[in-house]
Design a protein around this ligand. Structure first.
Ligand code: ATP
Length: 371
């Protein structure tokens, strides 16, 4: 059993960079925790501090109930899988996988048993005599995973392990790592900059930016209830549209006004804003592409949130179509995700319905979620 606790953790590199700021997190045994964020946000540094490859500048790291700050990496009962696999080129797959166990003076029979078991799980038994250069990228990645598995660690750390694979293999390995997690009943901490990977693999996701945690939540909660504009636009593809609009009171109703467009807020949303300081002010409106539709049934069912749009580009992806729209009052192009059989063409001027039940509002200055 391995739970982890990161308490007020900071990493200050010499030269004045604070890569990780006041990181606080409890990780439960058997979680698949994903650290995600743009390049430079501090996710690798956090992982390396857990592994013991980077000193913790301030704060406490516990694995189980044991303080780990000053424990050597090899004594942490952790295995790490790197982006570049870090296999020894002159050794066979078997020896690569056995290496860590040999160092620990594990008996030969035991090594053999564990390597074969791991190779079986990963379907690389037939490759045990090969050298890494005779393997494909996906096979190398499996060997790297195998090397971690044989150590039977309490915690698996993975730093962008799939980023050197092509798109198809990446999707396949994603499922395999998920399966591995289910099978091994161990804690996984996984670093990626790819929000799709984070959403599909994580049981919980930590979104980071500039060394700070932005939000820790399940994939669904992150998608449906982002804390701020950054999380809202980072999670989800194509990304959430942001439109600046004025929140106005018209009679007893609240409306969002931008350009000549006027969207009535549904009662449920308006209620949450009752007596709010934001009334009469500009706010940021967040709308996911799937909540902007050109189909007749949406236009008919949401007459109070229909706006006119000029179609800048149509992208047909097979199962769905993206429309890139110019809407008066919106400063950036607005993306809509519509039915793949949409008849809309580039250059058309069309009507689209914005599902006002699904919109998010953010403070224009702090960018924090209002509702
Ligand atoms: P990426 O996805 O590009 O790997 P990341 O989120 O993993 O990014 P880190 O590698 O943790 O980010 O880096 C966080 C910050 O710390 C960056 O600003 C980086 O330049 C800085 N940094 C990382 N390693 C060092 C170092 N050894 N010395 C000084 N600064 C460093």
């Amino acid at each position: 059993m391995a739970s982890l606790k990161l308490k007020n953790i900071y990493k200050r590199y010499s030269g004045g960079v604070t890569a990780v700021n006041d990181f606080n997190l409890d990780i439960e045994h058997n979680e698949f925790l994903v650290l995600v964020g743009p390049s430079g946000c501090g996710k690798t540094t956090t992982l390396r501090m857990i592994a013991g490859l980077e000193e913790i500048s301030e704060g406490e790291l516990y694995i189980g109930d044991k303080l780990m700050n000053d424990v050597a990496p090899k004594d942490r009962d952790i295995a790490m899988v790197f982006q570049n696999y870090a296999l020894y080129p002159h050794m066979t797959v078997f020896d690569n996988m056995a290496f860590g166990l040999k160092l620990r003076k594990t008996p030969k029979d035991e090594i053999k048993k564990r390597v074969h078991e791991a190779a079986k799980i990963l379907d690389i038994e037939h490759l045990l005599d090969r050298k890494p250069k005779a393997l494909s990228g996906g096979q190398r990645q499996r060997v790297a995973l195998g090397r971690a598995i044989v150590r039977e660690p309490k915690v698996f750390l993975m730093d962008e392990p799939l980023s050197n694979l092509d798109a198809k293999l990446r999707v396949q390995m994603r499922t395999e790592i998920g399966r591995l997690h289910n099978r091994l009943n161990t804690t996984f901490i996984y670093v990626t900059h790819d929000q799709t990977e984070a959403l599909t693999m994580g049981t919980r996701i930590v979104v980071m930016k500039d060394g700070y945690i932005q939000q820790v939540d399940t994939p669904t909660a992150l998608y449906d209830r982002p804390n701020n504009r950054f999380v809202a636009t980072f999670i989800g593809s194509p990304q959430m549209n942001i439109i600046t609009a004025k929140l106005t009171k018209q009679g007893s109703d609240l409306h969002l006004v931008f350009g000549k467009n006027d969207i009535k807020l549904p009662e449920g949303k308006a209620k949450k804003l009752e007596g709010s300081d934001y009334i009469g002010k500009e706010v940021l409106v967040g709308v996911r592409p799937e909540h902007i539709r050109d189909e007749a049934m949406y236009l008919e069912s949401m007459p109070e949130s229909v706006v006119e749009a000029k179609v800048d580009l149509v992208e047909m992806l097979g199962a769905e179509t993206y429309l890139y729209l110019v809407i008066e009052g919106a400063t950036a192009t607005v993306t809509a995700r519509v039915n793949a059989r949409s008849k809309t063409k580039t250059g058309d001027v069309i009507k689209v319905a914005i599902d006002a039940n699904k919109i998010h509002l953010f403070d224009k200055e702090t960018e924090r979620t209002i509702i």
